[in-house]
Design a protein around this ligand. Structure first.
Ligand SMILES: O=C(O)CCC(=O)C(=O)O
Length: 415
């Protein structure tokens, strides 16, 4: 255990920054408890078993306090320091669990990973130690893999590969609409002139053949090895406007077993989650498409927002638009995508509620024309997006996305 703790200390890039706890930002007792936990973690204190056990209770009291603060008011209004302290407390909880354990068992590691992931998902990267939690989680995943008895399940490897012709037939016969144009890896200049500047959607082929993700991620055992015990947010229910829809936190392994591989369970979707900041190993398998360097705003040099979309057949993202340009890259599986220009917004009946007014009330696959008569005036575009293909969705273009089989996509949103 001492070796493990010594190794972890190497991940701390700035110990002073880590130990700086300001009273004015926290209530006095939480600040004091955090300081006590810090010194327990890093000063070589000899303390008895009872006091050790109390340390978990102490750090949990700080975590509970911060958790309440995180859940008060709107998420965007939560002060950044609360999120920093939440990450710090989650990190300290992990160290306390490790210090109190006699050896590095699977149960101990899982408990640590859970705490780190909560810190990553609800907290914010620590100033001057921004990769501490992600690196520690990566280290612990490596350790748990060393302990694990290989439980390869053949079911994990298979991902249905239906014939492209089936989909093409289905797509062109059942859905009215213009096919979006398609290009074979166009030059940046041509893409800019023909699609980006006029803001026209296009399917891009042959641009991601060199991404390791296209061959590695289809094997669920690979995802389980890298991320099996990591906690991720899952959307449960048919789609986010449905009244029975909810969000849950579960491990990737639970998600894969309960929602991804199981046919008779409720639809679960790992949707719009920045998996790559959380599990940085996966980021090494993808590349930011060069088209994302184009911008309508010359001052913009921000990195794109990269999100993962992993789910079984049948996931649906209802018709909506987003505030940024998007390249939706299909790693595997087929998705059917319906698009409408922003000009057609009045024919799509956006929800009136402010939180949902980027989402249409009409379902373009089964429009209720009595309720939404103007929909018949909308010009519909369609795209069948297959493995290794990308779709450029210009900012504010409406899109409805349904997965025709198990599917993994990565979206790159940029201004
Ligand atoms: O793939 C999906 O289900 C939705 C993707 C999407 O809406 C997006 O990338 O903005």
């Amino acid at each position: 255990m001492d070796d493990c703790l010594r190794e972890i200390k190497n991940y701390i890039t700035d110990e002073n920054a880590l130990c700086e706890i300001k009273n004015e930002n926290l209530n006095e007792s939480s600040a004091q408890t955090l300081r006590n936990c810090l010194s327990y973690c890093f000063d070589d204190l000899k303390i008895n078993r009872n006091t050790r056990a109390n340390k978990v209770i102490e750090i949990n009291s700080v975590i509970d306090f911060l958790h309440d603060e995180l859940n008060t008011g709107h998420w965007s209004e939560v002060a950044l320091y609360i999120r920093h302290y939440f990450s710090l407390a989650s990190f300290l909880k992990c160290i306390i669990i490790l210090k109190n354990a006699d050896s590095l068992t699977e149960t101990v590691i899982k408990e640590c990973l859970k705490s780190l992931d909560m810190g990553i998902l609800l907290g914010a990267p620590l100033e001057k130690n921004s990769e501490l939690l992600t690196n520690l989680a990566k280290y612990l995943m490596k350790k748990i893999n060393e302990l694990a008895i290989e439980e390869k399940d053949e079911r994990y490897v298979e991902v249905t590969k239906r014939k492209l012709e089936d989909y093409q037939k289905n797509n062109s016969e059942n859905i009215l609409g213009m096919m979006v144009p398609s290009e074979e890896c166009p030059s940046l200049e041509y893409f800019n002139k023909t699609y980006f500047l006029p803001q026209v959607p296009v399917k891009l082929k042959g641009c991601m053949n060199h991404w390791p993700a296209t061959s590695k991620w289809i094997d669920v055992n690979y995802l389980l090895k890298i991320a099996g015990d990591r906690t991720v947010p899952i959307e449960v229910g048919s789609h986010y406007v449905d009244e029975n829809w909810s969000q849950k936190l579960m491990t990737m392994k639970e998600f894969i077993k309960q929602h991804y591989l199981s046919d008779n369970y409720k639809i679960g979707y790992l949707a719009q989650h920045n998996l790559f900041e959380q599990i940085t190993e996966l980021k090494e398998d993808i590349l930011i498409p060069e088209y994302c360097c184009l911008s309508l705003d010359y001052e913009n040099s921000e990195e794109p927002d990269i999100n993962a979309w992993l789910g079984p057949m049948g996931t649906v993202s209802p018709l909506h638009h987003d505030p940024k340009n998007n390249i939706l890259a299909q790693i595997y599986g087929y998705k059917q995508i319906i698009l409408f220009s922003p000009k057609d917004s009045p024919f799509l009946y956006p929800h009136e509620d402010k939180l949902l007014n980027n989402t249409a009330q009409v379902n373009p696959l089964q429009p209720d024309l009595e309720k939404y008569p103007k929909f018949s005036k909308a010009k519909m575009y369609k795209c069948l997006l297959g493995p290794g293909e990308m779709l450029f969705i210009p900012v504010k273009w409406w899109h409805h996305v349904s997965a025709l089989e198990k599917s993994f996509s990565v979206s790159f949103w940029w201004k």
